[in-house]
Each structure stands twice: as structure tokens, then as C-alpha cells.
Design a protein around this ligand. Structure first.
Ligand code: DAH
Length: 338
């Protein structure tokens, strides 16, 4: 026969085991398991400890039975803890546990090409449609390609050492400079190929200009060159007009004004009509026979035209930008508009 004290002790043990099992089953993370651990098996005021104290009131004859049952429940609760700890640790590692799919997503900001790069690509596209292949040339040049082959004589003001960026690392006998114009690429292409030729080259050029709304020490040019038998100024004007109409959209008129460039004869300034005004976009002309000869072409057999336009200038016109420095400030509020 079991005594009343033993009965209530065993009932209390049952309750304790059930409560611990329920509590651990409900624990969703390590913190909740720890909370339950303190409540049930905490060394100072855990509920198991309180039940253990009841052992003192049990009759000596019932003690072995009570002690055994107490140890069974204690072991069962320890097992439940171990299982709960494993479960919550595994859940913390699972990706589903840390990603709340109901939260709004984080938008990754998408960039886009710089307006100057966009302009370069658009020009290449339009000129490709007219049969012009896009080629590259070096930004570090020798005086032959930057000046001599383009018939820019040693006395020409453009040759002033202070008007150019010479490289200090180059040997005095073999000077090198940052190219001041993309016309250098005309020479590089003609030196390595035979006519007929239709090329464009777009890239950076450098001049020691003070930066203002229309100048910058580094800017970009579009160089165009066509060499074929029978080329005339009429072809030049048609190509520029087709280009202007495509790039600026609409039927854009082109005007030539007499000018001088050492490597073209005759030479012209190119204006495009824009918003009811004539805007200067660059220079052009028929390739000077002296230049054709310098690269080994026969001026009696072929003729050509060349043109050079400012990339920032045409981009500014197209987008209504009135200060080219905005292209280089890297202010995203400006760049975002393109
Ligand atoms: N290279 C000239 C400059 O930078 C622009 C130019 C003029 C290019 C006439 C040409 C040309 O190809 O034919 O001022």
C-alpha cells in the first residue's frame, strides 16, 4: 500500500514531466529552450529542485521507490532538453528560419551607362549603318602620329610643348604625349590598310585647357575617315547630314564654313542647325594629298574626307546640357537623367 505522501509526490513528478514536455515542445528557438531549462531544472529555483525537496517527507519504506521514480523523471526531462536543443540549433541553420518571406524585398539599385558612353555607342551604331567600322587608337602617342603625319609643322602653334601633355617617363629622343586629337587614328589606320576605307574612332583627347562650361582638359572626339576613289565634299556633307539627323532626331541641316586644318584641303567648320540656331560641332575637310602621300597612298588614285566632332558637344546638344563639366562631376542626380 502506498502512503498518501508517496502518492502526491508521484503525482507531482508526473505533472512536472508533462509540463516540461509541453514547454519544450512549444520552444521555437534556443532562447525559449534556455528559458524552460531555468524554469524546470534551474539549480536554485527550478521546479525539479522543489519536487526533490518533497523527498524528505516520504516515509523511509517508500524512499527507494520515490528515489527511483524521481531519477527516471529527471533523466526523461534531460533527454527532452537535449532533443529540444538539437531541434532549435538545426532550425537556426536552416535558411528558412532567418528569411521572412513576407517582408518586402530589398531593391538592388541598377546603374546604367554614363551619358558619354551612351553617346559613343549611339554614334558607333549610326556610323555602322553607314558602313563605317569602329576602330581604336592609343591615347599615348608619338609626335609623328599626333603632328607630323597630319602635316602639323614644327612651327605650328599646336606644337608648343606647353600646349600638350608630354610624358616625363619618355626618353627625350623619343617623346610621347597624350594625344590632343583623334585624327591620329586616321594615320594609324591608313598606315596599316589599303583603301577603300570607312572608319570611325571615338576616344579621349587631352589639352591643357582651363575647365569652363565648354572646355575640359580631357574630352572625347569622334573621328571619321573615308578614302575611296572619287570621294567629294558632297559625300562628306551627306554623311554628316545623315549622321546629324539620326543622332539629333529630325531633319537636321548641316552648314560648312571655310576654315583651316593642316591635314585637310579644303577645310571647313561643321555647324548643325539646332533649335533654330547654328551650333559648331567640329571640323572636317578633304584629306590633304600630302597626308595621303605620307602614309603611302596615291593621291591621284584615291581621295578621302575626314571629320572630327566633339562627343560632349553633340551629347550636350542632344540632351540640353549647358555645362560639359556636369558630365564629369559624377553627381548621380545628374547622371540618373540619361
Ligand atoms: N582634329 C581636329 C581638332 O581636334 C578636328 C578635325 C578637323 C578633325 C578636321 C578632322 C578634320 O578629321 O578633317 O581640332
Amino acid at each position: 500500500m502506498t502512503s498518501a505522501a508517496l502518492e502526491s509526490f508521484l503525482a507531482e513528478l508526473e505533472r512536472l514531466r508533462d509540463a516540461a514536455a509541453a514547454s519544450l515542445a512549444a520552444a521555437v528557438d534556443a532562447a525559449a529552450v534556455e528559458q524552460a531549462r531555468i524554469e524546470f531544472v534551474g539549480a536554485r529555483s527550478g521546479r525539479l529542485k522543489a519536487v526533490q525537496k518533497m523527498l524528505g517527507g516520504i516515509a523511509a519504506a517508500d524512499k527507494p521507490e520515490a528515489g527511483k521514480r524521481f531519477n527516471d523523471v529527471k533523466a526523461a526531462i534531460a533527454e527532452l532538453f537535449a532533443a529540444a536543443q538539437d531541434r532549435t540549433a538545426a532550425a537556426a541553420d536552416a535558411p528558412g528560419a532567418v528569411i521572412d518571406v513576407t517582408l518586402p524585398g530589398v531593391t538592388v539599385p541598377l546603374g546604367h551607362l554614363h551619358p558619354v558612353t551612351q553617346t559613343i555607342r549611339r554614334v558607333q551604331e549610326i556610323m555602322a549603318g553607314l558602313g563605317f567600322e569602329s576602330v581604336d587608337g592609343p591615347e599615348v602617342e608619338d609626335p609623328w602620329h599626333n603632328f607630323e603625319a597630319l602635316a602639323i609643322s614644327p612651327e605650328h602653334p599646336a606644337r608648343d610643348p606647353l600646349d600638350n601633355f608630354y610624358l616625363a617617363v619618355a626618353r627625350a629622343a623619343d617623346p610621347l604625349l597624350l594625344r590632343s586629337q583623334t585624327s591620329t587614328v586616321q594615320i594609324r589606320v591608313m598606315e596599316s590598310r589599303r583603301p577603300p576605307l570607312r572608319i570611325v574612332s571615338l576616344g579621349r583627347v587631352y589639352r591643357p585647357d582651363t575647365a569652363d562650361a565648354t572646355h575640359y582638359p580631357m574630352f572625347h572626339q569622334v573621328e571619321g575617315l573615308l578614302v575611296e576613289p572619287g570621294t567629294t565634299m558632297a559625300h562628306l556633307k551627306s554623311v554628316l547630314r545623315l549622321f546629324a539627323s539620326s543622332f539629333l532626331r529630325g531633319d537636321v541641316r548641316v552648314r560648312f564654313r571655310p576654315s583651316f586644318f593642316p591635314f585637310t584641303e579644303p577645310s571647313v567648320e561643321v555647324d548643325m542647325e539646332w533649335g533654330g540656331r547654328w551650333v559648331e560641332m567640329g571640323g572636317a575637310g578633304m584629306v590633304d594629298p600630302a597626308v595621303l602621300e605620307a602614309v603611302g597612298y596615291d593621291p591621284a588614285a584615291v581621295s578621302g574626307f575626314a571629320f572630327g566632332l566633339g562627343v560632349e558637344r553633340i551629347a550636350a546638344r542632344r540632351h540640353g546640357v549647358d555645362d560639359i563639366r556636369d558630365f564629369y562631376r559624377n553627381d548621380v542626380r545628374f547622371l540618373r537623367q540619361f
